[in-house]
Design a protein around this ligand. Structure first.
Ligand SMILES: NC(=O)c1ccc[n+]([C@@H]2O[C@H](COP(=O)([O-])OP(=O)(O)OC[C@H]3O[C@@H](n4cnc5c(N)ncnc54)[C@H](OP(=O)(O)O)[C@@H]3O)[C@@H](O)[C@H]2O)c1
Length: 304
């Protein structure tokens, strides 16, 4: 099969399309012919070598952690799935490829009518946002501050928090304020004076804060305006979490959460816009866009 691999850490041009052996489903596994795969900031962090101590990396190394496609091989004991099932799934570092093999519990059925590319980008940001809001204990009537509200995780966090009855203030660059408003949050610019601007919108402070930027500014502003500092979570910076005594959350992934978020998306209750699509061969260009920022929506690889 064709798959993206990297032969060393580095800039996007270390990524290339290679021919590698088709993976085979063993007991408890399914093989999926991938229709679309999502791109996420962690893919770029892995490519740059920032997760060397976390993952078992060996070159040539594949990449990509979420996908949607069609089951085409079912291992023994992989109950509940058959060839031809349309699924959404997750994996570590293997989704930028024509085929992937995963444990059956890593996939869930794709809701009918959900476009392949939307299905492919649902899992990572959906799970991160869902678990972060659950960790923060967000409930109806509360006010939540989301740093990075125009991003993939931020966009879902804003919409889920609103659906759960919370009020949301979301930081974003000015260009993205209308977009953040359209998701249901009150936008506020990041940069110098952030705390003052949040206070102007929430004079009594906020109940919880979610950092998706990993900046000191976001953490210190959150500490200043959040009534209970135990209710501040970052998904990005373990060192800042340690320095300021807040919670660093690492995503836990489950097919059940993917299914829940995909259902919302299929019913039109959750918007997951796709900003750009790329063929496998344009993976370097896709990673450049991933690192450039400034987009509204997800980046996706589409396969034949
Ligand atoms: N721990 C976990 O389990 C977990 C899970 C998922 C994601 N993450 C991490 O969470 C982060 C966000 O992921 P994502 O998928 O949402 O990324 P994304 O789609 O690239 O979004 C990042 C957003 O942050 C905005 N931004 C950049 N600097 C900012 C600042 N100083 N203040 C406020 N907003 C700022 C960007 O806006 P502009 O581009 O307009 O500047 C962009 O909208 C990434 O670092 C990712 O690796 C962690």
């Amino acid at each position: 099969m064709k798959a993206v691999v990297m032969d060393s850490y580095g800039t996007p041009d270390v990524l290339r399309v290679a021919e590698i052996p088709d993976p085979q489903a063993a007991a408890g596994q399914v093989r999926v012919r991938i229709k679309a795969a999502g791109l996420n900031p962690i893919d770029a962090k892995i490519r740059r070598g920032e997760f060397d101590a976390v993952y078992d990396i060996s070159f040539p190394q594949q990449l990509g952690n979420e996908f949607a496609g069609v089951v085409d091989q079912v291992g023994e004991e992989a109950d509940g799935f058959a060839a031809g099932d349309e699924v959404i799934g997750f994996v570590d570092m293997a989704a930028y490829a024509q085929y992937v093999v995963v444990p059956a519990e890593n996939v869930t059925r794709k809701p009918q009518g959900l476009a392949w590319e939307t299905a492919a980008v649902t899992g990572a940001v959906g799970q991160a946002a869902y678990h972060a809001l659950r960790t923060l204990g967000v409930t109806a009537g509360e006010t939540v501050l989301v740093h990075g509200a125009a991003g993939g995780v931020g966009g879902v966090a804003v919409q889920l928090a609103r659906a759960w009855g919370a009020t949301v203030i979301g930081t974003a660059r000015e260009d993205n304020h209308d977009y953040v408003r359209s998701l249901g949050a009150t936008p506020v610019s990041y940069g110098e004076g952030l705390e003052r601007r949040v206070r102007a919108l929430a004079p009594e402070g906020v109940d919880a804060a979610l950092d998706l930027t990993g900046t000191e500014e976001a953490i210190t502003a959150s500490l200043a305006v959040t009534r209970d500092t135990k209710r501040i979570v970052t998904l990005v910076s373990p060192p800042l979490a340690q320095r300021y005594g807040i919670t660093m959350m690492f995503g836990t992934r489950s097919a059940a959460t993917v299914a829940q978020v995909a259902e919302l998306s299929a019913r039109g209750e959750l918007r997951l816009p796709v900003a750009h699509r790329y063929p496998l061969a344009a993976i370097a260009e896709a990673h450049q866009a991933l690192e450039a920022g400034g987009r509204r929506g997800k980046l996706v690889l589409t396969l034949d």
